[in-house]
Ligand binder design. Sequence first.
Ligand SMILES: Cc1cc2nc3c(=O)[nH]c(=O)nc-3n(C[C@H](O)[C@H](O)[C@H](O)COP(=O)(O)OP(=O)(O)OC[C@H]3O[C@@H](n4cnc5c(N)ncnc54)[C@H](O)[C@@H]3O)c2cc1C
Length: 271
Amino acid sequence: MNLSTIVNVKRPTSLDEVQGWHDGCSWLAGGTWLFSEPQVAVDTLIDLDRLGWAPLTVTEAGLEIAATCRVVELHAFAGLAEWHAVPLFRQCIDSFLMSFKIWNAATIGGNVCMSLPAGAMISLTAALEGVCTLWPRGGVPRTVPVAEFVTGNHANVLQPGELLRSIHLPAAALTKRTAMRQVSLTKFGRSAALIIGTVGQDGTDFLLTVTAATPKPVQLRFPACPSADALRAALDARLPPDAYFADVHGSAPYKRHVTQYLAEQIRTELA
Ligand SMILES: Cc1cc2nc3c(=O)[nH]c(=O)nc-3n(C[C@H](O)[C@H](O)[C@H](O)COP(=O)(O)OP(=O)(O)OC[C@H]3O[C@@H](n4cnc5c(N)ncnc54)[C@H](O)[C@@H]3O)c2cc1C
């Protein structure tokens, strides 16, 4: 849709060209959300597209995903042979309530910064122990784990004008085995629960990441694959009934039920 409040669109090739910041400024990534509804508080868009950041960079330490990397580029990523977690990229992307048109425009950073419970790129990068690099306006860069970046429904740790530059997925997490389950109330509906388990090749370091059912990612870590009882007890302790996110895509009791059901499936698969 046309955004009738916009009076200025900047297309910098370097962030040095971006001087000042006021309340009406907004970073523009793929624009799939920004142009999907009125943005009455926004008068200036600053397009990230021409900054020319390499979308995906493989290093010995892992994978660097630029915030401007498109969903479609991550979908096509093959990765190293020992990165057994790479098929999870496609599993999470396929769970998006998105048309192929949105896939081609939406960015990984845009999805993470939207910070919606059903943000599948949050699920993916949190489960793979991703760490965000943030560039504050005029300050020194800082890093925040993806699991701590999102603080609630459509809420995160970004300060005014602060930019998400990239997300680093460590090689150790990329080599783990993974299992994922996702459920929606309707066939192409928004996720009611998207749950991911990862475990090391030697059976140690079991990590369960609960998303979509909760306002922000919730992670449970065990030294090795837990028993069914231990997992259930940990879920109950960490996620009491009022910790679930109720919306039109599912009530809190429903999301609690499917979270426990799917977590047990994941545990069984990885054990
Ligand atoms: C049909 C449709 C289906 C959708 N389905 C889903 C879904 O299933 N799950 C889901 O989570 N979302 C969904 N969305 C919304 C979704 O979050 C966005 O479509 C997309 O992921 C956002 O990416 P973008 O690059 O287009 O971001 P934009 O629309 O360009 O930006 C989104 C927000 O993030 C900010 N932003 C973007 N990049 C950065 C950055 N690097 N640093 C700081 N701030 C930044 C922008 O200022 C803006 O506030 C859907 C949208 C549509 C239109």
